[in-house]
Design a protein around this ligand. Structure first.
Ligand code: CA
Length: 225
């Protein structure tokens, strides 16, 4: 999953980026509001972590403008402004959640998991596709109860396929949700990762259903029934 952090305090921004990257998210950082808004409205993010007091454009304006331009990416406001009326203003401007500084990183992670959970998965962090399960909190991946060890990027890619199970996803969509802006990823790289994931979730389960299929000219699909 790919997250944009808009935060002008470099130390905080970089700490969040490092922490989230360690948790297998692809993270972009913007240190000013104008760039933050431009990125949020043109790139494909799964979540925005947004400070309120920012140079260029403030967080409330960013929220309002994004919602006005039909960008529905979940927004978590992360700010030192902790008054009730600040929270109300933030949520009313289109944000989905609010966390005040200083914050606990564990709480930030829990809120991110909650905001990116799909409605039908609302009781757990576990994604399922047939006999394959993936836990986005413990990073456990199992097929038919057997543990599968994936690298962190393989895990993120499989998570993306599982969140979109039954749908065809293109290589570009995969790149946009699994790697950050700075990553120089070519469609070929996606093929290599898909090959590795297949060797772990499909190849050892001969006789069972092949989960990842290639849709020629379009991309990939995770089928599960
Ligand atoms: Ca600030």
């Amino acid at each position: 999953m790919r997250i944009l952090v808009v935060e002008d305090e470099h130390r905080i921004a970089n700490t969040i980026k490092k922490g989230l990257t360690d948790e297998r998210y692809a993270v972009d950082v913007s240190y000013d509001g104008t760039t933050g808004f431009d990125l949020a409205s043109t790139e494909d993010y799964d979540l925005l972590v947004l400070d309120l007091l920012l140079p260029g454009m403030d967080g409330i304006t960013i929220c309002k403008k994004l919602r006005e331009s039909n960008v529905h990416t979940p927004i978590l406001i992360l700010t030192a402004k902790g008054l009730i009326r600040d929270k109300i203003e933030g949520l009313d401007s289109g944000a989905d959640d609010y966390l005040t500084k200083p914050f606990s990183f564990e709480e930030l992670l829990a809120r991110i998991r909650a905001l990116t959970r799909r409605p039908k998965d609302f009781v757990s962090n576990r994604l399922e596709a047939g006999d394959l399960t993936l836990d986005s909190k413990t990073y456990e991946v199992k097929r038919k109860g057997k543990s599968i060890i994936l690298s962190s990027r393989e895990f993120s890619l499989l998570e993306y396929l599982m969140r979109n199970k039954g749908k065809v996803v293109t290589k570009n969509e995969i790149i946009n949700h699994v790697w950050n802006y700075d990553a120089d990823i070519l469609p070929n790289t996606v093929e290599v990762y898909i090959k590795n994931i297949r060797s772990k979730i499909d190849a050892p389960f001969k006789g069972d259903k092949t989960l990842i299929s290639t849709v020629r000219g379009f991309g990939y699909k995770l089928t599960y029934v």
